[in-house]
Design a protein around this ligand. Structure first.
Ligand code: ACO
Length: 379
């Protein structure tokens, strides 16, 4: 029997040195390269934040202009890739479509030489620029519509919205979507980012790295939780049902979606900003019933789950915001991927600078030295 201590879920086990983002889970603080994520959500753009994450500092005006140009000119997909997306089952999940199409994208832009920084930067641009086009293309094609070609005169968030809906967003909608992308762009050693680093550590190509990370993000304990939150709010139905629903959920040891976090033991700062965005949106239109249920659930949960350090996480309000923008529920997690690709790629580049393949240990609990019994002698 091994004497090694097992840490399920690698809780509190450092797996890499990283300078990309910092979290203080007790003080609700999240910084990207030292700058508060809330400040970036208000002041910055997704493109500028992506550069910051990838390069370590805010871009100069010239660097940002070139970066914007480089991203915009790489948004378009090859026709053969559109054909491939057309061949996917229309009732399949958009996260599965995204994972498949990211892998396929890599076949059009082979980049196996990960020792070459220029190649890696090219792949970084291509992946960041293409993910919104892949998500929007599948979302339209599955409904029998043609994919909409990207426009180079629109920024990342506005172009993404345009490719999904065929119309430009209002300035307020663009800002909300841009802020959501910024808030989801990076979150240190979460499951999908660790997946990206593990895959990158084998010197796999960057499209495999991102495709693996998309698969990891798709699970309901990670990025998939934002979809589940809306289902949960529907199941609760009304504010009056919240108390009994939550008491029953706790009694049956059900996980409350959008609550709890390995690192935050207070309300996730991203949830606070998303709630502010939601409040601003609803100031004009009035609060939807689902949002009323959500805030009642947070209030009741503060009393019942708060003492265990379980508070709303980023996924709790993002679904309500996306739904108010008219985005279908099953696109919430793909939008998360469109944002998080910035963090995945920053970690991949960081991993390659000082790479050693990940190869952890196990605590072996199986049998050893077992005799083989030939089939004819078995019952
Ligand atoms: N609802 C009810 N109880 C919870 C919740 C929750 N959402 N989260 C944690 N707990 C309880 C657990 O039941 C456990 O209780 P116990 O000690 O009595 O057995 C205790 O808190 C510790 O929970 P773990 O699941 O061990 O915590 P862990 O750090 O492994 O998991 C996770 C974190 C996966 C986020 C968890 O809180 C969860 O499942 N939340 C719901 C899904 C969710 O919202 N995921 C999105 C996370 S944010 C993101 O990925 C973008």
């Amino acid at each position: 029997m091994s004497e090694m201590e097992l840490r399920p879920g690698l809780a509190d086990v450092p797996v890499a040195e990283s300078a990309i983002s910092f979290i203080d889970g007790k003080r609700a603080r999240l910084e990207y390269r030292g700058i508060a994520a809330e400040t970036l959500a208000k002041e910055s753009s997704f493109e500028e934040t992506t550069w910051l994450l990838l390069k370590g500092d805010l871009p100069t005006q010239k660097e940002l202009a070139e970066f914007n140009h480089d991203l915009r000119s790489r948004r378009k997909l090859k026709y053969k890739l559109i054909d491939l997306i057309k061949s996917l089952p229309e009732n399949g999940h958009p996260m599965d479509a995204l994972q498949s199409s990211v892998s396929a994208l890599g076949m059009f832009y082979p980049s196996r030489d990960v020792g070459n920084y220029a190649n890696n930067w090219e792949a970084t641009l291509r992946l960041t620029a293409s993910l919104p086009t892949l998500v929007a293309a599948f979302s339209r094609i599955r409904n029998g519509d043609e994919a909409i070609e990207p426009r180079e005169d629109l920024d990342h968030a506005a172009n993404f919205y345009y490719m999904m809906f065929g119309k430009e967003p209002s300035a307020a909608t663009r800002k909300v979507l841009d802020a959501c992308l910024i808030l989801h762009a990076e979150h240190n050693m979460n499951a999908s980012t660790f997946t990206a680093r593990v895959t990158g550590s084998t010197l796999a190509n960057p499209y495999s790295v991102v495709s693996a990370a998309v698969g990891s993000l798709s699970g309901p304990l990670h990025g998939g939780a934002n979809e589940e939150v809306l289902g949960m709010l529907d199941a609760i139905g009304t504010k009056a049902n919240v108390q009994s629903w939550l008491e029953n959920a706790i009694a049956t040891k059900a996980k409350i979606m959008g609550f709890g976090h390995r690192v935050y033991k207070v309300k996730d700062p991203r949830a606070t900003v998303l709630q502010e965005l939601a409040e601003n949106m609803f100031a004009e239109t009035g609060r939807p019933a689902k949002y009323e249920v959500a805030i009642e659930l947070e209030r009741v949960a503060n009393g019942l789950l708060g003492p265990k350090g379980i508070y709303p996480n980023v996924d709790f309000f993002s679904g309500v915001v996306y739904q108010s923008l008219g985005i279908p529920t099953d696109l919430f997690t793909p939008i998360f991927a469109v944002a998080r690709v910035a963090g995945w790629l920053a970690h991949w580049l960081e991993q390659l600078k000082n790479n050693r393949i990940y190869r952890p240990e196990q605590v072996f609990v199986g049998k050893t030295n077992v005799d083989y019994i030939p089939l004819e002698k078995r019952p």
